[in-house]
Design a protein around this ligand. Sequence first.
Ligand code: HEC
Ligand code: HEC
Ligand code: HEC
Ligand code: HEC
Ligand code: HEC
Length: 201
Amino acid sequence: MGVKPGKMILPLLVAAVIAAWPLATGCDRMTRHQVLTTIFDGVPDPIPPEQILEDYYQRRRQQELAAAAGQEGDAGPGRRHVSKHKPYAEKKCKDCHDFSTSVGLIRPPRELCFVCHRDFRRHLRDPYVHGPVAVGDCSACHLPHSSEYTALLRRDRSKICDKCHQESRLAAVMHEKVINHQMACVDCHDPHFGQARYFLK
Ligand code: HEC
Ligand code: HEC
Ligand code: HEC
Ligand code: HEC
Ligand code: HEC
């Protein structure tokens, strides 16, 4: 009455594939792709970087449109994008990004901005250079894609300096006065560099 061993092989294989299925579908995209390709032929290739970029761009567009319409979006309710970086707006993502590298950028973050803003590299030899600019930390003050403030700033231009400068200044009285008169620090100080001490304009 026994079943011949040869006839057991196919059902066993099917059972093995079914048992492996939840494993194959539960894990991340790459592992799953590898497992599936080992079992079947004709599994589509993993999503190419261009597609991931395009998806990301479309998602951001939706969020920006939603935010502009005053709905909930990534930028928060009612927030608008006042400034947009030209290469980002023109979808020249690859001018900055290379998603095959670990940082996802064509250069290390502290060198990236100088690739196009060459005049900034030149100004690093000015007599006075602001600390964060000197070390290429542009992102201390700027966002790379778009911002709800002017000049891709992380905060309003009248508040951007407060983030690091709250120390009691030599010229304390004068500074107190100008702040009370609603002047912005960058009305007198260049944010990046200068020929004069304290980058005074
Ligand atoms: C001017 C250079 C530049 C351009 C152009 C640019 N990016 Fe970026 N992007 C950056 C930098 C810098 C970061 C921040 C990386 C970090 O902080 O690690 C970033 C972060 C990202 C991230 C990580 C998630 C996030 O939002 O922080 C994604 C995804 C991304 N960019 C997609 C895009 C796409 C899509 C485009 C084209 C529409 C684009 N970028 C254009 C410089 C750029
Ligand atoms: C691929 C080239 C490219 C790279 C890399 C790049 N920029 Fe720009 N950036 C531009 C261009 C083009 C403009 C527009 C210049 C103009 O209109 O005269 C611009 C303008 C700007 C502006 C002015 C925006 C405004 O609305 O006034 C800021 C600020 C800026 N970039 C910061 C950065 C920072 C910070 C980085 C590094 C994260 C960076 N850029 C990297 C090309 C680049
Ligand atoms: C301490 C904050 C701070 C840092 C760090 C900083 N910026 Fe700026 N940046 C500003 C502010 C503030 C403005 C707007 C000035 C204004 O509104 O008068 C600005 C404006 C700009 C502009 C447009 C106007 C112009 O001067 O051409 C560019 C381009 C720019 N920054 C690029 C850079 C790059 C590149 C770096 C890194 C090397 C950098 N910034 C680092 C604060 C900063
Ligand atoms: C990310 C932090 C950071 C931000 C934001 C920042 N600074 Fe600075 N600033 C520094 C560092 C670091 C130094 C160098 C250390 C020092 O001299 O105290 C410095 C030095 C200075 C100096 C020279 C002080 C001296 O005694 O020589 C001036 C002036 C100055 N910053 C003005 C500004 C203005 C104006 C802004 C806004 C546009 C600003 N800073 C935003 C970090 C920052
Ligand atoms: C009306 C023009 C004006 C404005 C606006 C202004 N400053 Fe100054 N700042 C000066 C002058 C002038 C000096 C040089 C004072 C001296 O030589 O003793 C100076 C010096 C400094 C110094 C270096 C000396 C010290 O006292 O530590 C720092 C840092 C500084 N300013 C930061 C700022 C910040 C941050 C803001 C915005 C909150 C700001 N300044 C707004 C004119 C201005």
